[in-house]
Design a binder for this molecule. Structure first.
Ligand SMILES: [Ca+2]
Ligand SMILES: [Ca+2]
Ligand SMILES: [Ca+2]
Length: 170
């Protein structure tokens, strides 16, 4: 669980009371035993909350009223998952039963597998320039660019990557 991966912007605010977290995207693992909307008191560590904007393929599972941004954002990362909370997981947050349950659920959620995304060699959720860089660096050396699984990185792998170029991961 990383605090900021999955977002591309942040800011802090100074409000400490009554942050409201509201479920936006239903998810059976994250939502289990958690109220659809709940208020909790946020710890203040030179600000209380990051302003989250999801990256490509990021999903806002819970919204937050305070930071005027997302509250809980998740996305696939390679074959795993990353989930970010806009607030710290401090004593005040974890004292709230809904927040604590959501945090526990988040552990289960992040432990689930994600489907493989062919061509996304740098695991950023789409097929593009970064992947081409990984493939070319692996050329003839098989260091992460073998898309067709034949044990080397060559023209056939490059052809596959170019045919996928620009595609988002599912
Ligand atoms: Ca990529
Ligand atoms: Ca190959
Ligand atoms: Ca080959």
């Amino acid at each position: 669980m990383l605090s900021i991966v999955g977002t591309n912007a942040w800011q802090t605010n100074t409000a400490v009371d009554g942050t409201v977290c509201t479920a936006l995207m239903p998810d059976p693992v994250l939502n289990e035993g958690v109220a659809d909307s709940f208020a909790f008191t946020a710890d203040n560590a030179s600000g209380t909350e990051s302003h989250f904007v999801p990256r490509l393929n990021g999903v806002i599972y819970y919204d937050s009223n305070d930071a005027d941004g997302a509250g809980v954002v998740g996305r696939s990362y390679c074959l795993g998952r990353v989930l970010s909370f806009s607030t710290i997981m401090g004593p005040l947050e974890l004292a709230d039963p809904d927040y604590a349950r959501l945090f526990g659920n988040a552990m289960d959620w992040a432990a689930l597998d994600s489907p493989p995304c062919l061509g996304d060699l740098d695991c950023n959720g789409s097929i593009g320039q970064g992947d081409l860089g990984v493939l070319l660096a692996s050329y003839n050396r098989d260091e992460g660019g073998d898309l067709d699984g034949d044990g080397d990185t060559d023209q056939a792998d490059l052809g596959m990557l170019l045919s996928l170029y620009g595609d988002p991961c599912p």
